[in-house]
Design a protein around this ligand. Structure first.
Ligand code: PAF
Length: 275
């Protein structure tokens, strides 16, 4: 596995690779990331993983400085799975102050966008830059970041980017908690409590399967249960899975998304429902 830290050396190495699959990450890799890399192998002969904690997508009071950086362990985990790692410095990715941004679609202002203004603009901008550098045939993203996936699909489609976006299922711990780098922030007590988020989403999905369509009542019940157990809930929202607009009783493909805080850690998760 080769490691590149500069744009020039990465470009030179990829110049004659006809089939590249790409997994953008911010590092601190867990089993979920590694499964994205394994899936990437089915979509390209040469697999590139980027490791870059992107300052553009963090708000001023968010965890950019403390975000876990575990480069050595990440490379050890990728050995045998990826062909190349691209790990630029902030200066390499943003040699001048970034003044050109991708303006994401209106859905970026909803859900997480309400609580993290500018987040998806930062994500879309760095992902477009990475796409331009790596020029992959396919890029793999996890469904855990469902809204991010929707924003990046829209960007790829509406800007006619010549690659396929591949969506990978969320990897979970045996107790249901979605794997996330931010799980490492949880105390032992919080870690024991954390699966409640997914249990609430599962319970909504089961209720939908039984025919209930009183969406706000379902959202409120999940919110109440979480708050009763000490969570601070940003949102629990039933949405159309394709548009992420509020669900209507006519929709057949729904997704229930949630974001909530346990202590100082913000967790997100979602569950799809086909009715
Ligand atoms: O999902 C992530 O880890 C990041 O948002 C991404 C896509 C690597 C962009 O920085």
């Amino acid at each position: 596995m080769q490691i590149f830290t500069t744009v020039a050396t990465l470009r030179e190495r990829l110049a004659h690779e006809p089939s590249v699959a790409f997994v953008p990450t911010m590092g601190n890799l867990h089993e979920g990331h590694l499964s994205l890399v394994e899936q990437a192998r089915q979509h390209g002969k040469f697999v590139v993983v980027s490791i870059f904690v992107n300052p553009l997508q963090f708000g001023p009071n968010e965890d950019f400085a403390s975000y876990p950086r575990t480069f050595e362990a990440d490379c050890a985990g990728l050995e045998g799975l990826a062909d190349a790692v691209f790990a630029p410095t902030v200066g390499e990715m943003y040699p001048v102050k970034q003044q050109v941004y991708v303006e994401p679609p209106p859905l970026a202002a909803e859900l997480c966008g309400t609580f993290r203004p500018g987040h998806f603009r930062g994500v879309a901008t760095v992902v477009l830059k990475l796409f331009n550098l790596v020029q992959p045939n396919a890029a793999v993203f996890g469904k855990k970041d469902y809204q991010q996936l929707a924003v990046l699909r829209a960007m790829t489609e509406q800007l006619n980017l010549p690659l396929a976006i591949v969506a990978a299922e969320t990897a979970r711990a045996p107790d249901g908690l979605a794997l996330s780098s931010r799980n490492g922030y949880l105390s032992a007590t919080e870690r024991a409590e954390a699966p409640r988020l997914y249990r609430n989403l599962q319970s909504i999905a089961e209720t939908l399967n039984k025919g209930r369509r009183d969406f706000s009542a379902l959202e409120d019940a999940a919110r109440d249960d979480l708050e009763k157990h000490g969570w601070r809930v940003d949102y629990v929202a039933l949405r159309n899975a394709a548009t992420l607009l509020p669900a209507t009783p006519e929709d057949r493909e729904l997704v229930t998304l949630a974001a909530a805080w346990l202590g100082k850690t913000r967790l997100i998760d979602n569950i799809e429902s086909r009715l």
